[in-house]
Every structure is written in structure tokens, then in C-alpha cells.
Design a protein around this ligand. Sequence first.
Ligand code: ZN
Length: 337
Amino acid sequence: MKKVFILLLLPLFSWGQKSSNLESTIKLNYANSILIEDLKTHIHILASDSLEGRETGEQGQKKAAEYIVNCFKKAGIPPYKCKTYYQKFKVKTKGHLRQRIILKQKNIKGENVLGFIKGTDLKDEILIITAHYDHLGKKGSSIYNGADDNASGTSAILEIAEAFMKAKKDSIGPRRSILIMAVSGEEKGLLGSKYYTENPIYPLEKTIANLNVDMIGRVDKFHENNDYVYLIGSDRLSTELHNISEEVNRKYFNLELDYTFNDKDDPNRYYYRSDHYNFAKNNIPVIFYFNGVHEDYHKPTDTVEKIDFEKIQKITRLIFLTAWELANRNERPAINN
Ligand SMILES: [Zn+2]
């Protein structure tokens, strides 16, 4: 990543249009520090055979957690409450039905990995950005690498964390605090996010929104090019959140924001199927970023060479600038009556 701008220029500009243009330039410079080559490095490592599909409770998941911790350390992000990056949980899974496979009840030990970027004048309010880093593990000799699901989203939040931290080091850190949380236990029933919302580190009342990233590295059969992302949930609890998200996209990216799966009658029910739902359940506004399913979904063939890194870069930058807006504006997004 390169050095981006000179803060000393700031007083030379008068308020109004010029300062807002300058603010845009500053934000965009940090967004542009999110690069394909860094995203690639993360995904190659997370989706490698040596991590054995990152099944929650298994060795591969622990290795993935260590990798995420090292990325946080390298970016200069302290652990939450200055002690540990891990929120460990132990849960008994129910013998529930998921993807037509009945899982037997067993004890699972997992951990969420949390990096905390402390805000300035509004530091008591928290924006949470999540992606699950666990996947399905291996069956026999087949490894479920989960490059799209969800090494893609994990790589995105690592780069977002790094970009915010870079701004903070340049003394323009976020006004609100940002909690970057890599979640485990997702594939076994959203367990890590459920544990967090039942045992929150920071008060849920002060949690202003959750942006959740799950599968952003592929193009589905309903789209011809990579200029789109499905958004789910953005308007359900806060129209203001939806409007902010739309405006950031219109101003800087012009991706097609596809709301097909946001329809309340959509039979796929994706709104209930990734970690954001545990926040939404607690009346916290959410946006779920998702590229849709594809022929390799939940198969050993979800591998890194099929990933569209340009797509991940675009969506990651969109999420970063949306987060920037949420973390820095005067008011938190209002909940609908
Ligand atoms: Zn997933």
C-alpha cells in the first residue's frame, strides 16, 4: 500500500464544495489502498488445502484464526479490550437439518476473531463488520476449500480493517469505533454470531449497524458480468441505512445493487441464513453483501482459481466507503418506526 495524501492541505480549502471534494479524495485514496494482490494473498492462504476446509473445531479453523490474528497484528490493530483477539465459545449443536444433511449433536469449540479500531468523539458507538471464516472441512479425501464461501468475505474484512487502521495512523480514524469480526461456526448454524449477540463484548444498544460479507468472489447465472452485488436487509430496519448505502454506491461505484433476494417472499430466505441475521434479530440494522450461489456452492470445487478478484476488490471498496460514512456521520442510522 502506498502513502496517499498530505493532510496539511486541509486548512487551505474553504468549507463547502471544495472541502467536500477533498474529503472524497481522502476517502477514495484509502478505498484505493484495497488491492487485488492483497485480497489474493489472503484467499490463497485461507482456501489452501493445508487449512483443510476450516471446519469449526478442527485444526484448519484454528490455523485460519491464527492467520487472521497475524493480519490484525501486522496492520497494528489491537485486540479487543487489549487482552485477546479471540472470543471463544463452546456449544452443543442441535441435531438440526441443514443442506439436507442431518448433523449429529456434538460439542463444538470455536472462536470468533475480533479486531477493534477505537473511534474518536463517538467511540462508544460501534459499527460491526463481519465475515465468517469457517467452512465445511473435509469428507474423506475431498477438501472443501471454500474460496468463495467465505475466504472471499474474510479477505474483504481484513483489507477493510487495514484501510481504516491506515487512516487512523494518519490521524483521520473513524469517529465511531469499528469492530472487525471474523466469525466461526457459521456453517453449523450461525453459532459464532449467535454467541456474540448473546454475549456481546460491546453493548448491542450502542451497536449502530452490522455489515456482513458472505461470498463475493463469483458471478452467478443471473448476471453476465461482475458489476453487481446482491444486497439483502438494507431497508428492513432502517430506510436511512438503505439510502446511505445507495448514495455511496451512486457517487463512487455504480455497481448494480440487486435486491432480488431482499424480497420478503423470496423462497431462498437468505436474510435468515448468514451471520447478520443474529444482529437483525436484535433490532440492529444490517446489510448482507452476497454474490448469489453457483455450481460450486458447498462443493469441494469452490476453489481459488475460479475466484474473480476484480469483483472482490470493487465490492470491498464499496463496503469500506459505506462503513466510512456510517462511522463518521453525525447521527447513527435511524431505526424505522
Ligand atoms: Zn457462507
